[in-house]
Ligand binder design. Structure first.
Ligand code: BGC
Length: 742
């Protein structure tokens, strides 16, 4: 007996390594193809385990398969930093001490850099933060189109242009996913306003859908290879976008070949049969009845939970749809939590702050600079800073993108840090003094009971003797002022700011207005204020980014990712009455029909068509130097696959180094359908020394010449002449070249 035991032990010890490997289940073997691992894991799972992985078990997590060694799956917002952990079943933050993060600039700022490399660095830094915090998926980025400046969540998106959005979203997704953290591109699709986001049924032409509202998502999926997409709350063709036959089954999964998970927006699922059949893979945020309120810990009551399991057991559904959902979830596991090659995570590392600072500075847009008031020459000069936004923390608030930042440098602090001296300050106006979101508090006491008149009088008095006055105003992520859940009510600046700015500009000729927002605001005083800067919501390093630009340490190079309309009368969405925005309630139903009557004419496409002059055009952005874009050449002819190459010269005609964004717009000279006067189809950011000229190569593909043909349901490029124009703003195109598609 003893003898036999020894033999057995020896045979185990001496067993060749290959034999040991042979015992490793396929699903755990990283050398195996991911699809083989998925099929192997799927075979091993029970019905209950399959049901468990396709719905939430807490506010932000879903179950793994513990029996098979697959950990629970944790998601988190997104998109500008990793949101603090919340309680298991409540939105209130959990009060942990290890979840303070770096707040990166909001995505409007990222888009304003016009720099795909910056987007990649942003995604990567965010991915490292997410990894450290144990998150397998970040709920972002957002790529909904800026349809109206009233859109409450525009600050989370990348502007009005489908091409610019596509160029920024792809590297963001790639950077993030290179860390083994999935992106969840949102909100797919047509979620362009907030007020009635659960009830709006969008009515839109196929052309506008494909040419304007889908390309950002399509690029994220096809080029960025996004592992997750979030369905939007609103309806399209009378079905909610979290379970929509047309947008999910047909376009996303069939036409684009998306192999990742479609995650419901929180509380966006409404119906069992549609949830089973119409493309939803993971259900989050639902309460008992498909609304966002109901019983606590109601996870078993989700559509894709016990009721689905029961329906399968009763034979109402086969496991066909279930297995398809689980395959996608398993693929997600193998790409993220089950991926042993994932790098290490870091939280609040210096490199992340560097990215936050670089993107902040690079996205700031110098809108106007009469008499070269900027950059400030501080030597021996008296500077006055005015406005609540000079001191208010902006990383707390705004909805689900709210953060608990390890630090946030305010504009006033940034200026003081860079100048090494205190700066005189006047409040000027009182806006939102709350500073609290889901239990995260800024800790700031901004209370000030003085009347608007007293506040303005104090600022004006001080402004009279200052050499420079910098007013930091704008919006602030409180309700109706760039915030999830509500749209703005007007384009006007709130809290008497127009009066304040006008009064200060009247007594000080060196007035600089810095607008903090994710949206355009109306500026009736624009001609009285020499310098205007768009300062976005800039995150942790806001004050440093702004100070560096205002003091000229960094030469501004941001360009607008949207048209800065003079007023709502210039906006396509507001030109057709209520039916086009915010929509009209359907009689007796909980649905609002909103018809995008402006069609493909969004942003500059609309102002071009109607020959309107906005305050600042799409793509506009000044520098402390000047540039000349000239000599555009179309090289050869369009190739058989529709590719075309252009060359254009950019010269720095000023006296300091700076970066310009060369933009290429294409016009179809003659077309069988109505087409925009021009459309952005290529761009590049170039850095030039004084006097230097660089030749820039810009490439376009067949899609750049095409429109969405509703008859054939496909892209169509019609043979004939095209004109390309290049310049550094959509209203400053200084050279052109003709070319022909044979
Ligand atoms: C928002 C999403 C967010 C989710 C989770 C929803 O209300 O629309 O963007 O990711 O909540 O916080």
């Amino acid at each position: 007996m003893k003898h036999k035991l020894v033999v057995i032990i020896l045979s185990v010890v001496c067993c060749p390594l290959s034999a040991l490997h042979a015992q490793t289940p396929v699903y755990l073997d990283p050398s195996k193809d991911i699809e083989a691992r998925v099929e192997d894991a799927l075979k091993r799972m029970t019905l209950a385990e399959k049901i468990d992985v396709i719905h939430a078990q807490s506010k932000f997590s879903s179950a793994g398969v513990k029996r098979l060694g697959m950990p629970d799956f944790w998601t988190d917002d997104g998109p500008h930093g990793v949101r603090p952990d919340v309680l298991w079943d409540e939105w209130e933050q959990a009060g942990q001490t290890n979840d303070s993060c770096v707040a990166f600039p909001a995505l409007t700022c990222l888009a304003a850099t016009w720099n795909p490399d910056a987007a990649k660095a942003y995604g990567h830094a965010l991915g490292e933060e997410a990894l450290y915090r144990g998150k397998g998926m970040i709920l972002g980025p957002g790529v909904n189109i800026y349809r109206t400046p009233l859109g409450g969540r525009n600050f989370e998106y990348m502007g009005e242009d489908p091409y610019l959005t596509s160029q920024i979203v792809v590297p963001y997704v790639q950077g993030l996913q290179s860390c083994g953290v999935a992106s969840c591109v949102k909100h797919y699709c047509l979620n362009n306003d907030e007020e009635y986001r659960h009830q709006v049924n969008v009515i839109i032409s196929d052309r506008a859908l494909h040419e304007i509202y889908l390309p950002g998502f399509e690029a994220a999926v096809k080029e960025g290879k996004a592992w997750g997409v979030m369905g939007a709350y609103n309806l399209y063709k009378d079905e909610h976008n979290c379970h929509n036959q047309y947008t999910l089954n047909k376009i996303l999964k069939h036409d684009w070949g998306f192999d990742g998970v479609l995650v419901s927006d929180w509380g966006g699922a409404h119906d069992l049969d549609q949830a089973v059949k119409n493309g939803l893979d993971m259900e989050f945020g639902t309460w008992t009845d498909g609304l966002t309120m109901g019983a606590t810990n109601a996870y078993d009551n989700y559509f894709l939970s016990k009721q689905y399991q029961k329906a399968i057991l009763e034979g109402k559904y086969t496991t066909k749809e279930l297995d398809e959902k689980v395959r996608r979830v398993l693929r997600l596991f193998f790409r993220t939590t089950m991926n042993k090659q994932r790098p290490y995570g870091f939280l609040c590392s210096e490199s992340h702050y560097e990215v936050a600072q670089r993107v902040a500075a690079e996205g700031i847009v110098l809108l106007q600079n009469e008499g070269n008031v900027l950059p400030i020459k501080p030597q021996g000069k008296k500077i006055l800073v005015v406005g609540e936004n000079a001191i208010k923390m902006m990383t707390v608030g705004g909805g689900s993108s709210s953060l608990k930042a390890q630090h946030e440098i305010s504009p006033l602090q940034g200026l003081q840090m860079r100048l090494g001296a205190p700066i005189d300050y006047a409040r000027g106006y009182v806006g939102d003094v709350s500073g609290n979101y889901n239990g995260v508090s800024t800790g700031q006491d901004l209370k000030d009971d003085r009347s608007p008149e007293v506040l303005i009088a104090e600022a004006v008095e001080k402004a009279k003797t200052a050499d420079y006055v910098i007013i930091f105003g704008g919006l602030n992520k409180s309700d109706y002022q760039d915030c999830e859940g509500h749209d703005r009510k007007t384009m006007d600046l709130p809290y008497n700011q127009d009066k304040l700015i006008t009064a200060i500009a009247a007594v000080n000729k060196n007035t600089i207005y810095v607008n903090i927002s994710g949206n355009a605001v109306s500026m009736p005083w624009r001609k009285q204020v020499p310098a205007i800067v768009q300062g976005w919501f800039l995150g942790s390093e806001a004050g440093i980014g702004l100070a560096d630009v205002l003091l000229g340490k960094i030469n501004p190079s941001g360009h607008l990712p949207f048209t800065w309309y003079e007023n709502l009368g210039q906006v396509g969405a507001h030109s057709f009455g209520e039916a086009a925005f915010p929509g009209i309630w359907r009689e007796g139903k909980k649905v609002i029909d909103e018809e995008y009557k402006e069609g493909i004419y969004v942003g500059y496409r609309w102002t071009d068509k109607h020959k309107l002059k906005p305050t600042f055009a799409f793509g506009h952005g000044l520098s402390y130097t000047t540039f000349k874009v000239s000599n555009l050449k179309a090289l050869g002819t369009v190739t058989a696959d529709g590719n075309m190459t252009f060359m254009v010269d950019v010269t720095n005609t000023g006296s300091i180094e700076g970066s310009d964004v060369v933009q290429l717009y294409i016009t179809d000279v003659k077309s069988s359908v109505d087409r925009p006067a021009k459309e952005l189809k290529a761009f590049q950011k170039v850095t030039l020394k004084p006097g230097e000229t660089k030749s820039v190569t810009l490439k376009t593909d067949k899609r750049a010449l095409s429109f969405w043909d509703e008859a054939s349901e496909n892209w169509k490029a019609e043979p004939g002449d095209f004109i390309a124009q290049a310049g550094d703003a959509s209203d400053r195109l200084t050279c052109k070249a003709k070319f022909t598609l044979k």
